[in-house]
Design a protein around this ligand. Structure first.
Ligand SMILES: Nc1ncnc2c1ncn2[C@@H]1O[C@H](COP(=O)(O)OP(=O)(O)O)[C@@H](O)[C@H]1O
Ligand SMILES: [Mg+2]
Length: 272
């Protein structure tokens, strides 16, 4: 059974703002953006949660340096790490074990992550979505009072094609699009020259096409991957790196776009 369009949204009065980070495609940097955006929001004094909604391929245990299955008898969930409250399916299932679930179970797990766990009072909850437009996206867009979404793309056309699908999904379910971020935008070599490895400008083009804000570009830097693999995201490990500065700027733009948004509850209800 699929969640219905008419089902009531979860009531999450202690969470002020919920932001979904999405794209159509895998591997474009959604989890990297989610982790660093959450940390950048927390760096300016906000209380921030980070929920990994990728049930089949959770990234947050590795990216946040939380290894091993959590014993809920001794450690309450969501976990606290790097100043964030974090929840991931990876805290419940060992990394080598595949989660083989049908849609309704994904739906149940995600709604339980949100409504059964004690997140405390949060200024922002960042939700890292899995790739595609499947069950997790359906559950989150229809049952969670999302304030907005951030779409991640890389400059190549293959990534933009899938990003368009993500944008269309949010438009259909009336979740405001805060803007588009172009990740892996360019690379600055040791010679100081800028190399546009995957071409450039896809994000801006997409933002113009849909008349949504362009939130900025994140360069390619091997330190992003290194620090992600080490469990200490780049904004913490190398705060002076241009990539970290780009993430801080992204957090600022997201906050400013949220300030201009009409609250989702004021939008007309959609019957699918
Ligand atoms: N700007 C970047 N520079 C270098 N590596 C990056 C960058 N963004 C992401 N990566 C790396 O690319 C891989 C995929 O990123 P990830 O955030 O897991 O993507 P997704 O969640 O979209 O599947 C990871 O190894 C990550 O460290
Ligand atoms: Mg991911």
């Amino acid at each position: 059974m699929q969640p219905q369009a008419t089902m009531p949204k979860l009531s999450l009065p202690n969470i002020r703002t919920i932001i979904a980070v999405a794209s159509g495609k895998g591997g474009v940097g959604k989890s990297t953006v989610s982790a660093n955006l959450a940390l950048a929001l927390a760096a300016s004094g906000n209380k921030v949660g980070l929920m990994d909604a990728d049930i089949y391929g959770p990234s947050m245990p590795t990216m946040m340096g939380i290894n091993g299955v959590i014993d809920q008898a001794t450690t309450p969930l969501p976990l606290e790490k790097h100043g964030l409250k974090i929840m991931s399916m990876g805290f419940l299932v060992p990394p080598t074990q595949a989660v083989i679930w049908r849609g309704p179970m994904v739906h149940r797990a995600l709604t339980q992550f949100l409504s059964d766990l004690d997140w405390g009072v949060l200024d922002y909850l960042v939700i890292d979505l899995p790739p595609g437009t499947g069950d997790a996206q359906l559950t989150l867009t229809q049952t969670v009072p999302l304030n907005g979404s951030v779409i991640v793309t890389t400059p190549q056309e293959v990534s933009m094609i899938d990003a368009r699908k993500g944008i269309e999904m949010f438009k259909q379910v009336r979740v405001p699009i805060l803007g588009i971020i172009e990740n892996m935008s360019y690379f600055i070599g040791d010679d100081g020259k800028r190399y546009e490895i995957f071409r450039h400008g896809g994000g801006t083009k997409l933002a113009q096409e849909y008349n949504v804000p362009f939130l900025g570009e994140i360069p390619i830097d091997p330190k992003v991957a290194e620090s992600g693999d080490e469990g200490l995201p780049i904004v913490l490990k190398h705060p002076e790196n241009p990539v970290s500065k780009a993430f801080m700027a992204l957090a600022k733009s997201v906050i400013s776009e949220l300030g201009t948004m009409v609250a989702p509850k004021e939008l007309p209800k959609l019957e699918l």
